[in-house]
Design a protein around this ligand. Structure first.
Ligand code: PDD
Length: 288
């Protein structure tokens, strides 16, 4: 039997049902996190919980549990479900109330749900690299909040899928922002360049791990806006996310990135990322 968490209670997943008038369901009025599990351990858990707290604060939802309580609950869930390699999905909505756009008066209890999913590391793609397309970024101006409103991201990802691509790289006019569910990095003359973590992108936990590693590997970094021209002229391009780690991009909108193979800086960062996994979660059964 698979278990899920609903408002602090561990239930049979099939019985963990939420109300039709949950504001997450009706308005996307809530926030979420996806956390990687390697060897039954939650990778960068504290960073995810800190971001969750920030997202909640930004939309004026009072966290229903402390980070200590959430840590205990999520570990219990991973253990109950015997999860070795996969993800924990967790979301908190404003709660259940009669439909009305404004916040419910008189207070409402936020609704927490969490479940696990088995998910292998995408090793073949981490080795070979992936193809991408370009799409205009039509999202709102608070992409730093990990909100449940993902319609623009869904449409962008579907456009990628329709073109047999792994990801859609979004841009606002000439400026590249991020992928539909990932951050994007380019490398030019040995310098790693990525969009600053402002309100136009999500401050990726994976992105921050990579930036720290660049520092210790003495790889120069520029966190600044870069253009579509810089993207197409880059020596190397990769994307990052909880599920994709450091994923080489070998094609953008039908054009190869350089010779169409993952480059040396990307490889070095993949190696450093695997070391970080090993440090936090123990030895990996397979490496890239
Ligand atoms: N997506 N940007 C967007 C728009 C994202 O949705 C994500 C993550 C990232 C990378 O963030 P992180 O490194 O913290 O995973 C960047 C998750 C995995 C998802 O929605 O499934």
């Amino acid at each position: 039997m698979a278990y899920a968490i609903l408002n602090g209670k561990m239930l049979d997943r099939a019985e963990a049902k939420v109300d039709m008038e949950d504001r997450g369901y009706q308005f996307g009025d809530g926030v979420y996190e996806v956390i990687r599990v390697y060897n039954g351990k939650l990778f960068t858990l504290d960073e995810h919980l800190e971001r969750l707290e920030r997202s909640l604060t930004n939309i004026s939802i009072k966290p229903p549990f402390t980070n200590q309580e959430l840590t205990e609950m999520l570990y219990q869930l991973v253990e109950k479900n015997n999860l070795e390699t996969g993800i924990v999905y967790m979301q908190i909505t404003r709660g259940v109330a009669p439909r009305n756009h404004a916040f419910p008066s008189g207070g409402v209890t936020p609704c927490l749900t969490a479940y696990t999913k088995e998910l292998a590391r995408p090793l073949a793609q981490l080795k070979s690299g992936v193809k991408t397309i370009l799409t205009e970024d039509i999202r709102w101006l608070r992409c730093d909040i990990k909100s449940l409103n993902l319609l623009a991201n869904v449409l962008a990802k579907q456009k990628a899928a329709d073109n047999n691509c792994y990801e859609a790289i979004q841009h606002r006019g000439h400026e590249v922002t991020e992928g539909s569910s990932s951050n994007v990095f380019i490398i030019k003359n040995g310098v790693v360049i990525t969009h600053p973590s402002d309100q136009l992108i999500l401050k990726g936990i994976t992105k921050d791990v990579i930036l720290k590693q660049c520092e210790s590997l003495q790889i120069p970094v520029e966190e600044r806006v870069f253009s579509l021209d810089e993207l197409s002229g880059a020596d190397e391009v990769f994307l990052s996310s909880t599920t994709s780690e450091v994923m080489p991009i070998i094609e953008i909108a039908g054009n190869s990135v350089k010779d169409g193979n993952p480059g040396p800086v990307t490889r070095k960062l993949q190696e450093a990322f695997e070391q970080e996994i090993v440090e936090q979660c123990g030895e990996l059964k397979q490496s890239i």
